[in-house]
Design a protein around this ligand. Structure first.
Ligand SMILES: [Mn+2]
Length: 321
């Protein structure tokens, strides 16, 4: 943390000065943004702060095992109140968080941006963005360690959830010795890692696997770029009687492929876009730059983008139309 010592102290000072605090997760929440939000909110409450936890979308059923998940609200009215401090977690931008417009209703507040996305443009008044961290939960873990705050079993569970989900169970390229060390410490504080993994990662049903089967059967190798890609259409979601969430994790799963340096999974989303997920295990490839060409972003080893269009597959040729 010493590299970020000054920022850590700044955040601590801003919290000390504030009484009312709004903590914001990104829309379409995952285990990291929810775990980070709830863990940090718990710590702030322990310090006597009045805390509101917000996420544009409801907490998915999958994450309703998290302690205090019911405290996350999606009620827009929270933006009609005043906050001394607003903390956005795990969001590369306010647009990504889904609060770009909502937040304009707030006045006279300090904005703290805590994240691990390399593409984060540092939109806060104070920015703690650690691109080498596996997850936002890991960034928050480091903050709490720096502030010498004791982590109870609930906070340990919340932070572990962020680390497990963003590393795909400690196997994807975001996994580092720091996150493993942190996870070991969280186990000691009462987090049940295997249970959290089972709930968050082991949630596959038959329809889900049928969809994954379609994606696997279409794997194509592009020699020129040493890339393997596959795709999923809206028709696939319909026919497998499943939704877009079921495609989550395919790109993380495929990164174990030895045949290519880059993995690309294309998915038609219901809003008329094509979403691309890029993965690599190579240290000398920066996928956030590649995604940037298509208006996306992310991390060096895992990034994504969205383009308007539909996928058309004919005579072994995949086209975007
Ligand atoms: Mn994250």
């Amino acid at each position: 943390m010493h590299e970020y010592q000054a920022i850590s102290q700044k955040i601590k000072a801003e919290i000390a000065r504030a009484q009312t605090i709004l903590v914001i997760s990104h829309q379409k929440p995952d285990g990291d943004t929810l775990g980070s939000n709830l863990a940090f909110s718990q710590i702030l409450k322990q310090q006597g702060k009045t805390v509101t936890s917000f996420c544009l979308d409801q907490v998915p059923e999958l994450f309703q095992f998290l302690p205090h998940h019911e405290q996350v609200t999606n009620n827009h009215l929270v933006f009609s109140k005043h906050y001394d401090l607003v903390i956005v977690v795990d969001s590369g931008s306010l647009n990504y968080a889904g609060v770009e417009l909502l937040i304009t209703a707030l006045k006279d507040y300090k904005l703290i941006n805590i994240d691990h996305h390399a593409s984060n443009p540092l939109y806060g008044d104070v920015n703690l963005v650690i691109p080498t961290a596996s997850s936002c939960a890991e960034v928050i873990y480091r903050l709490l360690k720096d502030w010498q705050i004791k982590i109870n079993s609930e906070v340990a569970t919340l932070l572990a959830c962020g680390m497990i989900t963003d590393t795909g169970g400690f196997i994807n390229p975001a996994t580092s010795y720091q996150v493993l060390q942190a996870a070991a410490d969280l186990i000691a504080q009462g987090a049940n890692l295997s249970q959290i993994s089972k709930i968050t990662l082991g949630n596959k049903n038959v329809n889900n696997l049928k969809l994954w089967g379609r994606a696997f059967s279409r794997l194509q190798y592009v020699k020129k770029y040493n890339l393997v890609y596959t795709f999923i259409t809206q028709k696939d979601f319909l026919e497998c009687e499943t939704d877009e969430n079921s495609a989550e994790g395919i790109s993380n799963f495929l990164h174990v492929l030895q045949d290519a340096k880059i993995i690309l999974v294309l998915k038609e989303s219901i809003d008329g876009q094509i979403k691309g997920s890029l993965r690599t295990t190579e240290d000398d490839i920066d996928l956030s730059k590649l995604a940037g060409i298509f208006g996306g972003g992310g991390h060096k080893k895992a990034s994504g983008f969205a383009l308007p269009g539909r996928l058309s597959y004919d005579k072994n040729k995949l086209r975007i139309i």
